[in-house]
Design a protein around this ligand. Structure first.
Ligand code: GDP
Length: 295
């Protein structure tokens, strides 16, 4: 992931080298190339435009700091802007002040919701929490079974009603079961569809209104680039999500979704997933990803 973008930035930095001071004229080509590199990485058009204009402003406003050459200054400005566009700082998963924390997962079918349920359970367990999984994906036939298997692998409790298509009922009974087991976190896997539709949103609204989750995380497939960003924007407008989980960043993704989603949808990325295995998940840290991109 991000290899191309990282290489492009390195080339741009090389060209800035040798300049005595960052000026409008010697910045012009570099800034144009930054914009192109971002667009080629499938970054949203206005995000790329704003990114470049902030860099321009900062670079031209910089004092010449003794001991720091223009390339270093420029790299630092780009790094700081990357961190900012990725969300600034890590926004940790909430923990309810009292009682069990309820995390509702939503997203389109195939985004990686069910897999992420298992990953999040494992992640929370490793932090000393007691997670519990609820399988309320009543749309995809194999999802409930898949969740049960994941719960067994992670060795956490789980609940579903095999024969039921009443997602709300499954969630309500599941929450009771989680409380009986003294779970500290309950993770609800909901149904997706191939596209956003009214039926999906009604189902999600019903669950949200009823259980009032502490977190509503939207799971989006990072490989789908700007589609992922548009999905995040729409889900946020409908459900007022609390965060985004970007999956499949191990694939051949150019990274545009990661760089655009916070600014376009307005909600932080909380986790990234980089593989199919249960351990392939991590809390999202903008500064770490920016360093990875810039190498
Ligand atoms: P759901 O319909 O949203 O519940 O999607 P699933 O959890 O069933 O995931 C759909 C497919 O994506 C499965 O084959 C998963 O193994 C795969 N998958 C999920 N997350 C990742 C990831 O981070 N990287 C890769 N390469 N595959 C993933």
């Amino acid at each position: 992931m991000f290899n191309n973008l990282g290489d492009r930035f390195k080339d741009i930095f090389k060209k800035v080298r040798g300049q005595g001071k960052l000026t409008e004229s010697n910045m012009k080509d570099a800034l144009r190339e930054v914009r192109l590199a971002l667009l080629e990485a499938d970054v949203n058009y206005s995000v790329a435009k704003n990114f470049v204009s902030r860099i321009r402003e900062k670079a031209l406003g910089e004092e010449v700091i003794s001991g720091v050459n223009p390339t270093q200054q420029f790299v630092k400005i780009v790094n700081d802007e990357l961190v900012k566009v990725l969300g600034g700082t890590n926004v940790a998963l909430k923990k309810a002040e009292k009682g069990m924390t309820v995390v509702m997962l939503c997203g389109l079918q195939g985004a990686g919701k069910t897999t992420f349920s298992g990953k999040l359970a494992k992640f929370l367990k490793s932090k000393g929490e007691k997670p519990f999984l609820i399988g309320a994906d009543v749309y995809r036939p194999a999802a409930k079974k898949q969740l049960k298997v994941l719960a067994q692998q992670v060795k956490v409790g789980s609940f579903t009603i095999d024969e039921s298509t009443d997602a709300l009922k499954i969630v309500q009974e599941g929450i009771k079961a989680a409380k009986d087991e003294n779970a500290t976190y309950v993770i609800i896997d909901t149904a997706g569809r191939l596209h956003i539709d009214e039926e999906l949103m009604k189902e999600l609204h019903d669950i949200k209104d009823n259980v009032k989750p502490d977190e509503i995380l939207l799971v989006v497939d990072g490989m789908t680039g700007q589609d992922a960003v548009n999905v995040a924007k729409s889900f946020n407008e409908e459900l007022d999500i609390t965060g985004v989980v970007l999956t499949k960043l191990d694939g051949d993704t150019r990274g545009g979704a990661a760089l655009s989603v916070k600014e376009v949808a307005g909600k932080p990325i909380k986790f990234i997933s980089e593989g199919e295995k249960l351990d392939d998940v991590s809390a999202f840290h903008p500064d770490r990803l920016a360093s990875r991109i810039l190498g």
